[in-house]
Design a protein around this ligand. Structure first.
Ligand SMILES: [Zn+2]
Length: 312
């Protein structure tokens, strides 16, 4: 038999799985830390992929979901946050010659959009926006049943849309981006800075906080934590309203760890979206929902990509 291989590259974990045609249940699935004592992340990735190819089976295509700036046309990873040495890495051509099979690479948020559209909450929709809110913010947009990539594959980065001139510093080094207000990192950083100013809270000062800590405190009624999520939700709502004006989708799917914070984020986000949208027609029939694929979203997106290759 011939199998498809799906690969999900993360800063902390590498995952790979093999699938028979038409199936979403992996024949073999394995995951390992991205960095370890025995070899570079690239060597580890190759070993991992080889380990999930079933004996006596051939590989018809490999799909890879990769973090950071990816050129899907050339299979090049320009920058991969948290993976040392992965700068302008020709991962696609390298894997293609190593495994002697077609390889296609996509940005992880784009792959998540593909997965939700093909296999998840977005099935049956032709115009879809996927947004992941975790340590950073990523987006993928499908319009007229096609993933929007742009000339270099770098299209639709909602996280780096500017919402405030000279605003807070974003992880990318520029200021006032949506990610600088609404990512998990930004939510925690805002609370840490307010605590340092002496604002009252049940959260401890001078410790490294996570968005999860802030969410838990918000649900206990902590005003500072509630304010942090209101601020994040408000900015996300503005970003989504902008995207509705540009793309006019029928569904918005929200994934990523911070989206599991629930109503403390979704409440202000919905209110802000409704407040900032140009006319109610954009909201007519619009579905706003959570991702249904969870941790599998990257692998399933890579699988959808492998299957979308000509002849697969
Ligand atoms: Zn940015």
């Amino acid at each position: 038999m011939s199998v498809h291989i799906a690969v999900d590259v993360g800063g902390t974990q590498l995952r790979a799985a093999s699938y028979l045609p038409e199936s979403l249940n992996p024949l073999k699935l394995d995951k390992i830390p991205t960095q370890g004592p025995d070899g570079s992340p690239l060597d580890r990735l190759k070993k991992l992929i080889a380990s999930v190819i079933p004996e006596n089976d051939t590989v018809s295509a490999i799909g890879v979901a990769a973090p950071g700036a990816v050129n899907p046309y050339q299979g090049i990873i320009h920058t991969a946050p948290n993976i040392p040495g992965w700068t302008n890495l020709a991962l696609g051509p390298d894997l293609q010659s190593f495994f002697d099979t077609p390889v296609y690479i996509g940005n992880d948020a784009n792959m998540a959009a593909l997965a939700e559209w093909q296999y998840g909450a977005g099935r049956g929709h032709h115009h879809l926006i996927y947004i992941t809110v975790s340590t950073g913010i990523g987006t993928g947009v499908i319009i007229d049943d096609r993933l929007l990539l742009g000339v270099s594959g770098l299209a639709t980065e909602m996280g780096h849309v500017t919402v405030m001139m000279d605003g807070p510093m974003c992880g990318c080094g520029l200021r006032g981006h949506i990610e600088a207000f609404a990512s998990g990192t930004a939510i925690a950083k805002y609370v840490e800075e307010e605590l340092a100013k002496g604002i009252q809270s049940i959260l401890p000062e001078r410790t490294r906080l996570s968005a999860k800590d802030v969410a838990a405190a918000a649900y206990q009624g902590d005003q500072l934590s509630i304010t942090a999520f209101q601020r994040a939700g408000r900015v996300l709502g503005i970003g989504l309203a902008n995207y509705l004006h540009i793309f006019n989708p029928s569904i918005i799917i929200i994934g990523g760890g911070v989206s599991r914070s629930g109503e403390i984020l979704f409440g202000p986000m919905r209110a802000s979206l409704e407040e900032n949208v140009l006319s109610s027609q954009y909201l007519d029939g619009l579905t706003l929902t959570s991702s249904t694929l969870g941790d599998e979203v990257g692998l399933l997106g890579a699988l959808a990509l492998a299957r979308s290759l000509p002849g697969n």
